[in-house]
Design a protein around this ligand. Structure first.
Ligand SMILES: [Mg+2]
Length: 240
């Protein structure tokens, strides 16, 4: 907390998934409903863990430029269906159609965390600029923010694109600061991923804040994590 008080903060940039929206719950709904429609019987928690593992694997490859965005979706779905022992789509068009069903179920389930609105209201009262910097592609960012009722809320929204590489590349964080017109050292970045978000922001010269909603349990229940120097940990946006 001393670190926060030692800094003048003129702007706060937020991550989106699992920081503003409960994306863990939403995408679980989407994939669980899809697998149920396939008629496959599987342990829901084990299947969801595999789905998250595949997402991490292939989305990271997309962010690294090894796969395009649609390619990482097809690969994730193909691998999950093989893991389930289920029939695979006949072609790319069918794969995209199936993924669209998964995504539709996910989008319907998107909800804001309850601490978001009070936090944004409080920041607005303090004349602090706000925005989002996300590793989503623009079309997904727009849909997610709209589903959460936040589409008119942020003057600055930075997504990954052909020109902007994803976090933890410092340039995406700095693009957010530049768009707000606030120097990085006076800009706080808040995200649920310690390395990608908080350490990445710190390394870009910002105030990196790790939103640890697991209350020290770790994202996969792996237990307490040692906090890197220069990073602030909060348990909810109410602490911001
Ligand atoms: Mg996140």
């Amino acid at each position: 907390m001393n670190l926060v008080l030692a800094h003048r903060v003129d702007a706060v940039l937020f991550d989106v998934d699992d920081t503003l929206i409960d994306y863990l719950a939403a995408r679980r709904r989407g994939i669980v409903d899809f697998v149920a429609e396939l008629g496959v019987s599987v342990d829901e928690a084990v299947m969801y863990a595999e789905w998250l593992r595949l997402e991490e694997l292939y989305y990271d490859r997309f962010l690294a430029g090894e796969l395009d965005w649609i390619g990482q979706r097809r690969a994730r779905l193909r691998d999950l269906l093989r893991w389930l022992g289920a029939a695979e789509p006949a072609d790319d068009a069918e794969s995209d159609h199936w993924f669209a069903r998964i995504w539709a179920g996910c989008a319907r389930a998107i909800e804001l965390y309850p601490d978001v609105e009070p936090c944004l209201t409080r920041l607005a009262d303090g004349s602090v600029s706000t925005g989002v910097v996300t590793n989503n592609v623009p079309q997904m960012t727009i849909v997610k923010l709209a589903a959460a009722g936040l589409d008119q809320r942020f003057p600055v929204v930075i997504s990954v694109s052909d020109e902007i590489r994803g976090k933890p590349d410092p340039r995406i964080f700095l693009a957010g600061c530049a768009a707000l017109g606030v120097p990085p050292e006076r800009t706080m970045y808040v995200g649920d991923r310690l390395g990608t978000d908080a350490v990445g922001a710190r390394d870009a010269g910002m105030i990196g804040v790790w939103l640890d909603r697991t209350n020290g349990a770790g994202r996969s229940g792996s237990g307490p994590v040692e906090l890197p120097p220069g990073v602030i940990r909060i348990g909810s946006l109410g602490e911001l």
